[in-house]
Design a binder for this molecule. Structure first.
Ligand SMILES: CC/C=C\C/C=C\C/C=C\C=C\CC(=O)SCCNC(=O)CCNC(=O)[C@H](O)C(C)(C)COP(=O)(O)OP(=O)(O)OC[C@H]1O[C@@H](n2cnc3c(N)ncnc32)[C@H](O)[C@@H]1OP(=O)(O)O
Length: 281
């Protein structure tokens, strides 16, 4: 073990087997010949991240992390046109403090596993990806987005009357820089794929039907680097952000619970949900 987050070398096993495991909201297809797992979110209609999905996500990643045949994960969506709508707003509305705490802890757990993963993680963003959806993408090593101007990505929390927590902000800053993050977060900006590429929020924009094949090709490039060297470098780059959340984890939960329980915040979220529902009808 080379880091507190469990760095260890993965050995690809040469076989023609594809293994599949599926939970309610996550399916994983592991290709033993390539060492690549494709992990798909499948919670219609918009892959909003509820407690169960977050828990399944963390468990699936943990399984892959200890699977010596798996060196990389492509994260994508089984729902057409949507990568993820971010956190399930109904988990943050009209519930009690214990529920909010449990929900936030599950989100933190998922993030620590994804951002702290030793595997190569590539987001194949095949649809819209606001807020928590953007967090998933930005937590990966590389982002490929489908070229469709109807899709958007960004941290739009302020548009809902809520605030992106420090660990969302930290990795956004690391990705697009301080000034762009300040503007982006204050205004709750959502970017088209082309604009996201311009500011470095995604690494590549490709035709919709090429997102997965591009992810596989990029994975092969990353696999050409010796695992131990890449993993140690990743750990060195990401450790400060991981440590910061681990150190302040309980305070972060407390902060979230007290913020989200405020009447004014509950009202803002209800109005936003009603607006979403009206738009859909
Ligand atoms: C001081 C600081 C201290 C601590 C930190 C404090 C607070 C931080 C707190 C929280 C951070 C949260 C991060 C988040 O992720 S919040 C979620 C933000 N997400 C969004 O804004 C996305 C909203 N959705 C959309 O924009 C669209 O749905 C879409 C672009 C993803 C898809 O559009 P479609 O037209 O295809 O689909 P719709 O008709 O809009 O939706 C279908 C259906 O789904 C419901 N829905 C959509 N998004 C969500 C969601 N995030 N949660 C729950 N439900 C959602 C929508 O209402 C429709 O439902 P009906 O079919 O009408 O019932």
């Amino acid at each position: 073990t080379l880091s507190p987050y469990g760095v260890h070398q993965k050995h690809g096993q040469i076989s023609n087997q594809r293994r599949q495991f599926s939970n309610t909201y996550i399916s994983v297809e592991m290709d033993d010949a390539t060492g690549v797992a494709v992990m798909k979110m499948k919670r219609p209609p918009v892959n909003s991240l509820n407690l169960e999905l977050l828990t399944e996500f963390a468990i699936s990643l943990e399984k892959l992390e200890i699977d010596r045949g798996c060196r990389g994960v492509i994260l994508t969506s089984a729902i057409p046109k949507i990568f993820s709508a971010g956190l399930d707003i109904t988990e943050m509305c009209g519930k009690n403090a214990d529920h909010y705490g449990e929900f936030w802890r599950a989100l933190q757990e998922m993030w620590l596993k994804l951002y702290g993963s030793n595997m190569v993680t590539i987001a194949a963003i095949n649809g819209s990806s606001p807020a928590g959806g953007c967090l998933l993408a930005v937590s990966c090593d590389y982002r490929i987005m489908a070229d469709n101007k109807k899709y958007t990505i960004g941290l739009n929390e302020t548009q809902l009357g809520i605030v992106a927590p420090f660990w969302f902000k930290d990795i956004m800053t690391d990705t697009i820089g301080h000034r762009a993050t300040e503007r982006s977060l204050e205004l709750g900006m959502l970017y088209s794929p082309t604009d996201a590429l311009k500011i470095g929020l995604v690494d590549e924009v490709v035709a919709e039907d090429k997102v997965l094949s591009t992810a596989s090709a990029v994975m092969a490039q990353w696999f050409a680097v010796p695992d131990h060297a890449r993993q140690l470098t990743k750990s060195m780059m990401r450790k400060p952000n991981l440590d910061r959340l681990v150190t302040h984890r309980e305070a972060d939960i407390k902060n979230f619970v007290s913020f989200i329980s405020r009447d004014s915040i509950q009202k803002s979220l209800q109005i936003y949900m009603e607006m979403l529902k009206k738009k859909g009808s």
